[in-house]
Design a protein around this ligand. Sequence first.
Ligand code: SF4
Ligand code: SF4
Length: 191
Amino acid sequence: MIRLGYLEKNTFLEAVNKKSGANVLNCYQCGKCVSTCPVSSYMDYPPRVIMQMIKLGMKEEALKANSMWFCLTCSACSGRCPREIDIPAVMEAIRHIAIEENYVNKTKKVKEIRTFHNIFLDMVKRYGRNYELRMMAEFNIRTRNLFKDMHLAPKALLKGKITIGHEHVKRGKAIRKMYAMADKLEKSQKG
Ligand code: SF4
Ligand code: SF4
C-alpha cells in the first residue's frame, strides 16, 4: 500500500529515519547510487527504488526484498549521493526492521547470507577475530554443501590466506563484554 510520506503519516519512513539517522525524504531519485553499487544487479530492487519505496510507505514490499541482504555496506553509493544520504545505514535499518517484524526474505541466497553473518559474529564473539578455516567449514556444514570452495583451501593455506590454527586476541574478554552489552541493549529496546 502506498502512502506519501510528505502528505500523511508514514510510520515506516519514520522508523527507518530514526534507526538509520538518515533522512530518506532527501532522496531525489537521481540513480547515482544504482550506477555505483557493485551488487545492484543481484538485488530485487536497487537502492534508488528502495529509497522510493520507503518514501511511499511500501513497507511489506521493501522488507521482503533481498536488496538489504545483498548490501555489502561498502558505502560506494553514499560517497556519490548528491544528497549525502547514508544509504548503507538505511539498508542496515531495514535489515533490522525485517528481522524484528519477521518479514525476512526466505530465498536460499538470503538464508545463506544470514547464516554467514551469524557464523561470522559467533567467531568474533568466541575468538575475538574471524577464524577463516573454521568459518568455511561451519558455513558448508550449516548450508549442507560440504565441499563448497574446498578446492581453494590448499592454495589459500599455502599463500597464508587462511591458517590451520587460530589465535585468541589479547582482549577477548572485553569483546565478549561488548556482545553482552549489545544483547542487553537490544532486549531493553524490545521492551
Ligand atoms: S544517489 Fe542519493 S539522491 Fe540519488 S537516488 Fe540514490 S539515494 Fe537518492
Ligand atoms: S553500501 Fe550497499 S547499496 Fe551502497 S553501494 Fe555498497 S553494496 Fe550497494
